[in-house]
Design a protein around this ligand. Structure first.
Ligand SMILES: Nc1ncnc2c1ncn2[C@@H]1O[C@H](COP(=O)(O)OP(=O)(O)OP(=O)(O)O)[C@@H](O)[C@H]1O
Ligand SMILES: [Mg+2]
Length: 262
C-alpha cells in the first residue's frame, strides 16, 4: 500500500439553485509514495484543488476513498499541512507568531512558541524578519511564512495549491529552488498543484497530467532529470514538449465539448 492513496474518486458538486449535478472528478486513482514530490498539472477547472482538498480533508469524495498512511481521511488533521495561493496570515501577529500559530492554539506559552518557530523561520530564509508584521513583507516573504507555518507542525504530507502563482518570475524561481531544498532536508512528501509545465518539471519527482473537466488522469510521468533542473537542457525540453502536446489536446477537447453543450 502506498503512503497516499486515492481510490476511484468521484466528486459530484450539487448546485441547489439550478437543481443540477456537476461531475468534477471522474474515477481518479492515484498513489503517492513517501518522500515523493508529485505535481498535479491540468487546465483550470479540471479538479486539481478539489483533489488536494480531499487529501486535506476539507472536501469529501462522492464515491471512493482517500487513505493516508493506511487510514481513511475523514477530516482535516495536523498530519497534513496545507499551503495556499494566498498565505492567509494573521495581519496583527509578527512573523514568528504566525509561524507558531498552531502552538498558540495548543496553549503553549510565548517563550516556547518563539523558540519553536526559529528553526522554521531560518529554513525559509526569514532570519531577521521575525518581528515584522505581514503587511511589511513582500509576496514571496509572506508565502515563506505560510510554508514555515506548515513545516512547524511536522506534517507527514504537505499539500500546496499553486503557492507561487502570484509571485513575480524571479521570486518564483527562488521559491522553487528553496522548496526543493526544504523537501530534501525534511524528507517531506509533497503534493503540489500547478498550472505551469515549467514549475512541475523543476519541482516534481513525478508529474500527473489531468484531463479537462471532469478531471481524470491523462498521464503520469516519472521525472528523473538531475537536480538542480536545467530548464534549457534537451532532456527537460523533450518532456516539456510532450506535456504541452497533451495540454493542447486537452484544450481542444474542452472546446469541442463546449461546442456540443452550446
Ligand atoms: N465548492 C464547490 N461547489 C460547486 N462547484 C465546485 C466547488 N468547488 C469546485 N467546484 C467546481 O469543480 C470543478 C473543479 O474545480 P477545482 O477548483 O478543483 O479546479 P482546479 O483544477 O483547481 O482549477 P484552477 O486551476 O482554476 O484552480 C470546477 O468546475 C468548479 O467550478
Ligand atoms: Mg485550483
Amino acid at each position: 500500500m502506498s503512503f497516499i492513496e486515492l481510490n476511484n474518486i468521484v466528486k459530484i458538486f450539487k448546485d441547489p439553485q439550478r437543481g443540477t449535478d456537476m461531475l468534477a472528478i471522474d474515477h481518479v486513482s492515484l498513489s503517492v509514495e513517501k518522500k515523493q514530490l508529485v505535481c498535479l498539472l491540468g487546465p483550470s477547472g479540471c479538479g486539481k484543488s478539489t483533489l488536494l482538498n480531499m487529501i486535506a480533508g476539507f472536501e469529501k469524495a462522492t464515491e471512493g476513498e482517500v487513505l493516508v498512511a493506511g487510514k481513511p481521511i475523514l477530516g482535516p488533521g495536523a498530519d497534513r499541512g496545507m499551503v495556499f495561493q494566498q498565505p492567509n496570515l494573521m495581519p496583527w501577529l509578527p512573523v514568528w507568531d504566525n509561524v507558531a500559530f498552531a502552538l498558540k492554539l495548543q496553549g503553549m506559552n510565548k517563550k516556547n512558541r518563539r523558540q519553536a518557530a526559529q528553526p522554521f523561520i531560518d529554513a525559509v530564509k526569514l532570519t531577521g524578519f521575525e518581528n515584522h508584521l505581514p503587511g511589511e513583507l513582500s509576496g514571496g516573504m509572506a508565502q515563506r511564512v505560510g510554508i514555515a507555518r506548515a513545516l512547524l507542525q511536522n506534517p507527514a504530507v504537505i499539500l500546496m495549491d499553486e503557492p507561487f502563482a502570484a509571485l513575480d518570475a524571479q521570486t518564483k524561481l527562488d521559491m522553487q529552488e528553496e522548496l526543493v531544498t526544504i523537501w530534501q532536508r525534511y524528507n517531506s512528501t509533497i503534493v503540489f498543484v500547478t498550472h505551469s509545465v515549467d514549475e512541475a518539471l523543476i519541482l516534481g519527482t513525478q508529474v500527473v497530467i489531468m484531463t479537462h473537466r471532469p478531471g481524470r488522469i491523462r498521464e503520469r510521468i516519472v521525472i528523473d532529470l538531475e537536480r538542480p533542473r536545467d530548464i534549457t537542457s534537451n532532456a527537460f525540453n523533450h518532456i516539456k514538449r510532450h506535456i504541452l502536446e497533451l495540454i493542447r489536446e486537452e484544450a481542444q477537447l474542452a472546446r469541442q465539448d463546449q461546442q456540443v453543450a452550446a
